[in-house]
Design a binder for this molecule. Structure first.
Ligand SMILES: NC(=O)c1ccc[n+]([C@@H]2O[C@H](COP(=O)([O-])OP(=O)(O)OC[C@H]3O[C@@H](n4cnc5c(N)ncnc54)[C@H](O)[C@@H]3O)[C@@H](O)[C@H]2O)c1
Length: 296
């Protein structure tokens, strides 16, 4: 899909981080933008930002884990703009703990937000996008954790592997029908956002909120929090997303290290080996060279 000016984008989780960055980039390209987020204050703030840039926006409070709420989002978007060309299923939450200590309500909420949210987005928008007969694009934001695994991320990996699988099958569904609507799946590693501290509403706990954590999980939490803090800016992900839309590229792997992980994982499967413990953190930065001694 090219020439995005005047076209309509719907972005979930647009109140912060990657969703906000995609919304800003969409507005810069002259798109009309429907901003959807569970947090009214966050989504209003981004709406104000975009409006100040001269963009035509609509802010909608939505819980993507609620099928009725996502249906209402579609109604609101079509009522206001009549068409949708770009759907970004981005809203997501993270939680880190061993598989067995992850509370059941966290497992359920993780699958509800990260997976059901995408399912509801696809079901609420794709039929109307196809009916509209215009070129369109669906962007599902998964994660590198949808392609490679790590200790502490059982619930998150389960939800994101599911989003990658759903997206690949959706790609086939659309291609075999020679549809004008295409799809990309985004698999970022570390991105500087609030993912480790922001919950997503009822039952969506951020890392710090659950007390029973062993030392290994504690260490992994600290390391991942630091990796996110020093990750790439969300605007880089947005740039790569719009490049992928323009080139009709399916996989958007924002970090080269993920390619290495996918290779190792594939070799493990083909070689019938157990999964390699893929280093989830970027290599430590080289220490700064010592300052040359000042002449006396
Ligand atoms: N930051 C990273 O390092 C990273 C890496 C890989 C994948 N991702 C994925 O990117 C996506 C965006 O995350 P982010 O890093 O920008 O996080 P973020 O926490 O900064 O932003 C997420 C936004 O989604 C909203 N949200 C949460 N639950 C929601 C719900 N049920 N309904 C509607 N909105 C909801 C939050 O209010 C927030 O504004 C997520 O799917 C996440 O899994 C992030």
């Amino acid at each position: 899909m090219d020439d995005l000016k005047g076209k309509v984008a719907v972005i979930t989780g647009a109140g912060n981080g990657i969703g906000r960055a995609i919304a800003l980039a969409a507005a810069e390209k002259g798109m009309r933008v429907v901003l959807a987020d569970i947090d009214p204050a966050r989504v209003e703030k981004v709406a104000e930002e975009l409006t100040a840039l001269g963009a035509d926006v609509q802010a909608v409070v939505v819980d993507v884990a609620d099928v009725v709420s996502v249906g209402a989002l579609a109604e609101a978007a079509y009522a206001q703009y009549g068409k949708v060309h770009l759907l970004v299923n981005n809203a997501g939450i993270a939680y880190l703990n061993s598989a067995w200590e992850t509370p059941l309500e966290v497992w359920r909420r993780m699958m509800a937000v990260n997976l059901d949210g995408v399912v509801y987005g696809v079901r609420s928008f794709v039929p109307r996008m196809l009916e509209g007969g215009e070129p369109g694009h669906i962007v599902n934001v998964a994660s590198a954790a949808g392609l490679v695994t790590s200790p502490g991320l059982a619930a998150y990996c389960a939800s994101k592997f599911a989003v990658v699988g759903l997206s690949e099958a959706l790609f086939h569904d659309l291609r075999v029908r020679e549809s004008k609507v295409s799809v990309s799946v985004v698999c970022p590693s570390w991105v500087q956002t609030a993912i480790t501290s922001v919950g997503g509403g009822d039952g969506a706990k951020a890392h710090g909120d659950v007390d029973v954590v062993d030392d290994i999980a504690k260490g992994a939490r600290a390391a991942i929090t630091e990796a996110v803090r020093t990750g790439i800016p969300a605007s880089d992900v947005a740039t790569q997303v719009f490049d992928a839309i323009a080139a009709d590229r399916f996989y958007v792997l924002t970090h080269p290290m993920t390619l290495a992980g996918v290779r190792i994982r594939t070799d493990d499967i083909l070689g019938t080996r157990p999964p390699t413990l893929f280093p989830i953190l970027p290599p430590p930065r080289a220490p700064k060279p010592p300052k040359p001694a000042q002449p006396a």
